[in-house]
Design a protein around this ligand. Structure first.
Ligand SMILES: Cc1cc2nc3c(=O)[nH]c(=O)nc-3n(C[C@H](O)[C@H](O)[C@H](O)COP(=O)(O)O)c2cc1C
Length: 186
């Protein structure tokens, strides 16, 4: 069987974000046999949802939607590297999820949150959205300011976080999607 393809999404789009440093900690732990691709929402630059139709219909008017869809259809598992903003997850991530629908079905997803208290509020808000679009949610670590992460983005995760990250990748591998959903794309 081919190596599962894992996409790591950097959710923060802020100019002075620390998300890419947290993402580097995640990337350093990807098992060698997984095929990893990074999708940076700041680089992808999706506009605020501008599709005329319902994403659940799968008929996309815009090239940026078709490109985003193609990226998510070409992955077997997902890792979201995500900050907590105002006790929720960031708007750019919600927007990126809202753009698509069928693409998410059956996709195993692990969330690496960061913030005060390990982004626990953001993670629990995100879980509801991920379950709504029928993703398979896998536990992931949360990095906490003042404990395992500095506000400048230096990760000092300990054994527990490293273990949680490794366990997340194992579960993503075990649950990797094998059947690509059908999307109309016209
Ligand atoms: C608009 C905004 C709201 C925030 N609200 C929270 C919050 O509710 N809880 C928290 O733990 N951190 C909060 N923070 C702090 C962020 O976790 C911190 O700035 C982090 O670096 C954001 O990730 P980023 O730099 O990758 O964008 C907030 C930051 C911003 C910009």
């Amino acid at each position: 069987m081919a190596s599962p393809r894992v996409s790591v999404i950097i959710a923060s789009t802020r100019p002075h974000r620390i998300g890419h440093q947290v993402a580097q900690w995640v990337l350093d732990a990807v098992p060698a046999d997984l095929h990893v691709t990074v999708h940076d929402l700041r680089e992808i630059g999706l506009p605020f949802l501008d599709e005329p139709g319902q994403p659940a219909d799968g008929h996309y008017a815009h090239e940026h939607t078709r490109q985003w869809s193609a990226k998510m259809l070409a992955t077997d598992a997902l890792v979201l590297v995500m900050p907590e903003y105002n006790r929720g997850y960031n708007a750019a991530l919600k927007n990126a999820i809202d753009y698509l629908y069928a693409e998410w079905e059956g996709l195993p997803v692990g969330c690496v949150g960061y913030g005060w208290h390990g982004a626990s509020y953001a993670k629990s808000a995100l879980r509801q959205t991920l379950e709504r679009v029928k993703m398979t949610v896998v536990d992931g670590p949360g990095l906490a300011f003042g404990k395992t992460l500095t506000q400048e983005g230096v990760v000092s995760a300990g054994h527990e976080d490293d273990q949680a990250l490794a366990a997340m990748f194992e579960e993503l591998r075990a649950k990797a999607r094998t059947k690509v959903p059908t999307v109309a794309h016209d």
